[in-house]
Ligand binder design. Structure first.
Ligand SMILES: *[C@@H]1O[C@H](CO)[C@@H](O)[C@H](O)[C@H]1NC(C)=O
Ligand SMILES: *[C@@H]1O[C@H](CO)[C@@H](O)[C@H](O)[C@H]1NC(C)=O
Length: 647
């Protein structure tokens, strides 16, 4: 016994040393390939003139004013007034368009804004003053979506299609799509999401849902979703690809989303096919599904039209080789299909069948301002996982092991090393995911000491502005939070600024999006509790967009009392800190978990102090030295307008 244990100790000692060694090599050799440090910053230590130029550029005194009150819900890239002038064909006018001069002011919260309810309470109730939508409470009252009770908005889990409430609706789907314990369904996309009740309740099944809806002046669906603590993005299926790689979602859902799925060759449904993982499910409910039963009474539409579109959807689904899982007539509310797991059926179609399989040169994972293409991403011919060279078909192919049913189940999936990592980075370290996990586990433990609200679990909506492999999100696994993992992408080239790790993130069962921080994010003001910006400013130092605009955008999307943790080279942080103070943020420098003062907890105690640039960060040139800037946004809301609650 004694011997055995001793042996065990030696073994674990050897193992730990081995891990430490790996960690050492990793830090030295793969730091940059991790996607945490931009390619451009490697030159920073040699180009002191750049540093001087940058310091000079941001040497002014910053003091930003509040924006006019009418901008309270401003979304710079989804401006409804401006979009009226845009083409209406294919709903292009509802898409993201970032025109005009960026905002250079601070958006003040609506009067009476209060720190949000904690999850899971926020799923059923939020503060009325935080998203004061009188329209929804009145116009949608009969649909049981949302109602006002005094200071609160209550979400009863109703909806137009949810006759038995959202939980009953989800149970209905689970007769056809395996949901819940031991299921292969982890990531869902809800198109045209209402107030995101579907996603809010799928959490109970271990499913993480991205809810998507266009900006709408009356129904701030995405704003409500985020206020409730449910992942959401502004977006619409129009002329561009959705900002996710191919084969991202296990399940895509549309309930009464009123999208024309089959016009012009069926570009919308072909995009659904791109986004679905091999073996993934598509659930359609609402018009035109089962129009024979529902059309006349509820939809007030033209039955000939409903029949036409249903026939067209079924036809296109068959041409795309989708398998019918539930026919509308038998499943009543839903029609459900499944994307094939192999390309066998593609090969067997008669020649000339539309849509064709995409050419190898078409990077189907590229999706930042990329026009929709009318083709199907290639799939492997068999389901056998090739050990060697899986995914060799180039970045566009989906290896068999990322199909629904082949991936490890959640939660083990969070540590899955996707073969898509190696198809894009053949030299990537086989332990990259675990090494990244260790690094961010340590960092998150450190952040929790620095930010009291993290210890108190008061935050819900997190964003990693430069997510790499998603290790930061993985390190938050055990907390009741979700993370929007952004992979930084250049609008001009459509390419990611570092390796495209977003497919790897989705394969781990985490959600994210491509984004270019030279532009505003597709969200409402006050939607994230914590912004993590690791290496963002060093990546953008060589881009033409201004730090001021990146920071003003961070201020816009950060909730009052929310925190931004900016992790970067000290010489850049000095400029960032000056601008952040001009934005009225509480700003302080802190060492990283690798700093000498690690784990003393001293920094946490001064968290509310707001001390800015200290002598430790002044003077020395700070090149290559990484530090943290911990920033807190204050709540500047005026007192609530005295409005008598409706009865
Ligand atoms: C629906 O449309 C198809 C094709 O246009 C037609 O053949 C069929 O009879 C229609 N069904 C009904 C019930 O109207
Ligand atoms: C994932 O791996 C990390 C180490 O990289 C480990 O700490 C964690 O427990 C693993 N999580 C799951 C759910 O297996």
């Amino acid at each position: 016994m004694q011997n055995l244990r001793a042996k065990g100790n030696v073994r674990s000692y050897v193992f730990i040393s081995f891990l430490l060694l790996l960690l050492f090599f990793y830090v030295h050799y793969t730091w940059r390939s991790l996607g945490l440090q931009p390619v451009t910053s490697s030159s920073s230590s040699s180009s002191s003139s750049n540093a001087a130029a940058l310091a000079a550029k941001y040497s002014g005194v910053y003091d930003f004013d509040f924006c006019p009150a009418k901008l309270v819900d401003y979304t710079p890239c989804e401006d409804n007034k401006r979009s009226k002038k845009l083409p209406r064909r294919r709903h292009e006018y509802r898409e993201r368009h970032c025109l005009g001069d960026p905002l250079r002011c601070l958006i003040r919260p609506p009067p009476g804004y209060k720190f949000h309810a904690l999850w899971p309470t926020s799923r059923t109730e939020t503060w009325f003053d935080n998203v004061p939508s009188r329209y929804l409470t009145v116009a949608k009252a009969d649909q049981n979506w949302v109602r006002r009770e005094g200071e609160k908005m209550i979400f009863p889990g109703g909806g137009t299609m949810f006759h038995e409430g959202v939980t009953g609706y989800i149970e209905g789907i689970s007769h056809y799509v395996p949901l819940g314990e031991g299921s292969d369904i982890r990531l869902a996309l809800d198109v045209g999401c209402g107030v995101a009740s579907w996603g809010a309740y799928l959490f109970d099944k271990g499913v993480l849902t991205m809810s998507v809806a266009p900006r709408d002046n009356h129904e701030a669906q995405v704003q409500f979703a985020l206020e409730r603590g449910v992942p959401a993005l502004l977006g619409t299926l129009a002329t561009k690809r959705q900002p996710y790689p191919s084969s991202s979602f296990d399940l895509i859902h549309c309930s009464r989303c009123l999208i024309d799925w089959t016009s012009e060759g069926g570009y919308s449904l072909i995009e659904v096919n791109r986004l679905l993982r091999p073996g993934g499910y598509w659930v359609l409910s609402g018009p035109p599904v089962n129009w024979q039963k529902y059309g006349l009474e509820a939809w007030r539409g033209d039955n000939v039209e409903f029949n036409k579109s249903m026939v067209a959807i079924e036809d296109l689904a068959a041409r795309m080789c989708w398998e019918v899982v539930a026919k509308a007539a038998e499943a009543d509310l839903y029609a459900i299909w499944r994307k094939p797991r192999t390309g066998k059926c593609y090969a067997e179609r008669t020649e000339g069948t539309q849509p064709p399989v995409c050419e190898k040169t078409n990077d189907v994972d590229q999706a930042w301002y990329v026009t929709l293409t009318d083709c199907l991403p290639p799939l492997p011919l068999t389901e056998e996982s090739r050990q060697e060279g899986e995914g060799e078909g180039g970045p566009s192919s989906s290896p068999p092991s990322i199909a629904v049913g082949k991936l490890p189940k959640w939660p083990e999936r969070i540590n899955f090393t996707s073969p898509r990592l190696f198809s894009r980075q053949p030299s990537a370290n086989a332990d990259a995911i675990h090494l990244d996990n260790f690094r961010w586990q340590r960092a998150v433990a450190h952040y929790r000491r620095l930010v009291p609200a993290l210890i108190a679990n008061k935050f819900r909506n997190f964003m990693d502005m430069n997510a790499g492999y998603g290790g930061f999100a993985a390190a938050l696994f055990e907390y009741p939070v979700w993370v929007m993992n952004c992979v930084m992408t250049d609008k001009k080239t459509h390419d990611t600024m570092m390796e495209n790790t977003l497919p790897v993130i989705f394969d781990r069962g985490l959600v994210g999006t491509y984004h270019d921080w030279c532009e505003a994010f597709s969200t409402y003001p006050r939607t994230y509790d914590l912004l993590h910006a690791s290496g963002v400013f060093s990546a953008y130092a060589s881009r033409e967009c201004d730090f001021v605009d990146v920071l003003i955008e961070m201020d816009r999307i950060l909730r009052p009392e929310g925190v931004a943790i900016i992790r970067d080279e000290v010489w850049l942080l000095r400029s960032v800190a000056r601008i952040a103070e001009g934005m009225k943020w509480e700003v302080r420098f802190a060492k990283t978990e690798d700093g000498e003062e690690e784990a003393t907890g001293k920094e946490a105690q001064t968290a509310e102090g707001g001390a800015a640039v200290t002598e430790e960060t002044g003077g020395a040139d700070g090149k290559g030295k990484i530090m943290l800037l911990v920033c807190k946004k204050r709540n500047y809301a005026r007192p609530s307008l005295a409005v008598a609650p409706e009865t």
